[in-house]
Design a protein around this ligand. Structure first.
Ligand code: PLP
Length: 520
């Protein structure tokens, strides 16, 4: 691509797509968008500053010797750049978002209204607690709901995402083992169907990770797991419902065996949406579990955050949970910031974050809970499971469902690429779905299924929306089964066509180079 005097214009297609037949490269309201460096070059600026009369720099040798090379843009140029890019995004506010494991449900607007109330939106984490009693009450009430819904003893509110919550739970397990002098337990067992964050968390916390195989029906192999338990095992990390979209029916028996062998049970609770109001993880013998407020409790996510991943704890792990806690002392909500000898914060392993967590997410999640009520939350789980089973059974005749024989699924339907024409795979279906106007489903995960396609519709889609999605997926799958060559180069209608993903992964171009400048 080159830049000409009258503005940016593609003179060569970016990746095999035909050049747009317009002067600008725009296609009606779908606007071509150059890099920000190509709009405002390093020689222009959006502001006029008088030459400074600073005598000299105190940075000495550290003073920058070359220009910093940032693009200079005016405010409207900047606003337009990011607005245009945002229009190339897919979002839950545009359509059904079938990304399995991510629970892309509608974010009720009431939540947004509450989160924007100045008393919640404008508080500062260092304000005296007397001036933020309402905000602390929200945290306290939300904590109460989370503990009640999960049947656990306590909750740490501060972790800022699911993976951050995993780390919180595993650090509590580590602290509990250290406290009883049990430091030889170095192994965490993780089923091979686990989310990648589980083994990453265990490794990050200093444990070694061992895989536990799945059974032919897509559940943890309980016999293999219990056989591996011993004095070197710190605990297990199990997702329930699991990433194959199935409930781990043996979890209570697994927990009992792990406890009998001296270990702890971490449950990845990211899929809580399928069982909220129906199953209390505490009844399954779990010691720690994170809850993704940004999945189950409808707070917005995607695009990097903010998330919120409170962690519920059993009695055994509660003393080790991180600070701070909000505590009701008489009529007053207090922030417990220090370990207090003798009480249940006695052995806290420390802190996960500087302050108290994501206030905006807390307010949204509590609004969601209060507006649904306990019965409404139970119905959330029931409808999410119903919608997923509707998709699973509607596509029975078209796509292979590897665990379709294992009974109803939970909140997500899992398909494989078995039965597609030679040379066609999951990625072709995903790219075809983009042309149909959908964000693709989760691909190649879980790893235990070849060419996995994980579809999670959530409860907030209507039957009409599900039917349209099923029609689109069926049509693309039929093209892949018939060997329709046009599918190999899809998407055709997106701003960029099929990219060379191998090249992008192996030789990513991460630095913009000004044309004509030799950059080393
Ligand atoms: C989403 C998810 C996570 C990680 O949550 P983040 O908030 O993205 O860190 C972990 N496990 C499972 C099963 C998930 O679906």
């Amino acid at each position: 691509m080159t830049i000409n005097q009258s503005g940016w214009r593609p003179t060569a297609p970016a990746s095999g797509a035909a050049a747009a037949p317009t002067f600008t490269g725009n296609k009606a309201l779908m606007l071509e968008e150059p890099l920000i460096f190509e709009i405002g070059d390093a020689h222009t600026t959006g502001v006029d500053f008088a030459e400074g009369d600073v005598a000299g720099s105190r940075l000495g040798d550290l003073t920058r010797k070359t220009p910093i090379g940032l693009p200079g843009l005016s405010e409207p140029e900047t606003v337009r750049h990011y607005t245009r890019l945002s229009r190339q995004n897919y979002a839950i506010d545009l359509g059904l978002f079938p990304l399995g494991s991510c629970t892309m449900k509608h974010n009720p607007r009431l939540n947004e209204k509450m989160a924007r109330l100045p008393g919640f939106a404008d508080v500062h984490p260092l304000q005296p607690t007397d001036t933020v009693q309402g905000a602390l009450e929200v945290i306290h009430q939300l904590a109460h709901w989370l503990v009640t819904l999960t049947g656990m003893a306590s909750v740490a509110m501060s972790p800022k995402a699911g993976a951050h919550g995993e780390l919180c739970g595993i650090l509590a397990i580590k602290a509990a083992l250290a406290k009883r002098g049990d430091t030889d337990r170095k192994v965490i067992l993780v089923p091979e169907s686990a989310h990648g964050t589980n083994p990453a968390t265990a490794a990050f916390a200093g444990f070694s990770v061992e895989d536990i195989p799945a059974t032919a029906e897509g559940r943890v192999d309980t016999a293999a797991l219990t056989a591996r338990l011993g004095p070197d095992v710190a605990g297990v990390m199990i997702t329930n419902p699991n990433t194959c979209g199935l409930f781990e029916r043996d979890l209570k028996a697994i927990s009992d065996a792990v406890h009998a062998a001296g270990g702890y049970v971490y449950c990845d609770g990211a899929n809580f949406n399928a069982i909220v109001g129906r199953v209390r993880p505490g009844d399954l013998g779990i010691d720690a579990m994170h809850i993704n407020l940004h999945k189950t409790f409808s707070t917005p996510h995607g695009g990097g955050g903010p998330g919120s991943g409170p962690v519920v704890f059993s009695d055994a792990l509660t003393p080790f949970a991180p600070l701070p806690f909000v505590e009701k002392q008489g009529d007053h909500f207090a922030l417990v910031e220090e370990e207090t000898a003798g009480d249940h914060h006695a052995s806290s392993f420390g802190r996960m974050v500087a302050f108290h967590g994501q206030m905006g997410m807390f307010t949204r999640a509590l609004t969601y809970m209060l507006s649904h009520g306990a019965d409404g939350l139970r119905q959330v789980a029931e409808d999410a499971v119903l919608n997923a089973n509707y998709i699973l059974r509607s596509l029975n005749d078209t796509l292979d469902a590897p665990f379709g024989g294992s009974g109803p699924c939970m909140h997500e339907a899992l398909f494989s690429d078995d039965g597609l024409a030679d040379g066609f795979s999951t990625i072709d279906i995903a790219k075809g779905l983009i042309d149909e106007g959908y964000h693709p489903m989760t691909m190649y995960f879980p790893l235990v299924v070849h060419g996995a396609m994980l579809v999670e519709p959530t409860e907030t889609e209507s039957k009409a929306a599900l039917d349209q999605f099923i029609g689109a997926l069926r049509s693309v799958a039929e093209r892949a089964k018939a060997g329709d060559a046009s599918l190999k180069t899809a998407p055709h209608f997106a701003p960029r066509s099929r990219l060379d993903e191998t090249l992008a992964a192996r030789k990513p171009v991460l630095v913009w180079k000004e044309p004509g400048l030799a950059v080393t």
